[in-house]
Write a new protein. Sequence first.
Length: 367
Amino acid sequence: MRCMPLARGAFRMMLFIIGFVYIKKEGSHDPAARVLVANHTTWTDAILIMWLCMSYPVSRVENVSVPIFGSIILLFDAIIVDRRSKDSRAATLAEIKFRAENPDKWPHPTLIFPEGTCTSQRSVILFQQGVFTLDTVVQGVSVQYDTHSGLDLSWCWGTSTITWVQMLATPVISATVRFLDVQKGCEETRKAIAESIGAETTTHTTKDVLLMKQAAYYGFDHQPDFAIDTGALRSAFPHLHTSYTHLLLNVWCKTKRPFSLARWAQAIFPGQDRLHSIVSNLYKLPSAAAPLTFHTFVWLSFKVLSVLEGQHEEDSSCDWHSRARRLEETEVRNPPVQTVPVTDVEEGILSPSILIWSEVLRRLPPR
């Protein structure tokens, strides 16, 4: 941090070269706030805030190997986290707490992007709440861009190279960084940030981003179709792990053709006429003959899993429980682990129910 004045000058020069001619600051850093949280649109968010208040960023371990940027974050005493490791996440939270409690040694605030991924300026997804559990003051910061041409600079699609090219091809970029009033909690801070940039708050999480990346890996073109709103899914089925969605995507990709709701119900339930009563609590479905979307497929599967796990009482006329018991009696003793490839699913969370259900779905007839 001894090279901070030089680094700040280099930051402003770099931002100007990229195209940031106008940078407007609104409000100021509250001296009592030891942690700053901000919306995350693209890689320049951190540089703008670091340039304005010399904050220590929290960055994923992959960023250290990025040319120039990796050196910059290390120069600013960044806290490096491996998001795949629970131990690393716990150590990061402990380090943030230590720096917040020792202002003499660490005089500047720690900067965090609690969304955990880049999003567009049209929405702010759920925040990860770890830092809000600490006994320290957290201040919200919003970053908003204007290219004066309608170009979206958010790092949501494509690679970092595409983002670089877009920025360099834009003659003038304006940025507004707002230091907001300190709020009481996580959700209040998120809403304040969203309101300041004119965005909506959604219940999507980083799990949705991982699903979209996995869908892209499998060759699906329209990735937003695979953003299933895992925050809402977690609220509806709190006893089921949202990582099951990756396994269901694996099953979905092995289906040769999309299957319809009618086929889905016919293969699983005694009568097709009971379909609407079964899904009445989820969606108003216009036609049972329509192909299933991945979104509906996941929600219906979680509905069934809640029965298999014994966590949901359904109308007896739908015969859910007897169907679940028959599945358990015939297949639970030897769950087909080897026949269900698992991709990006955390270890130790798979239950016999999800393995049984994934195998049943794999055998569904196509439309």
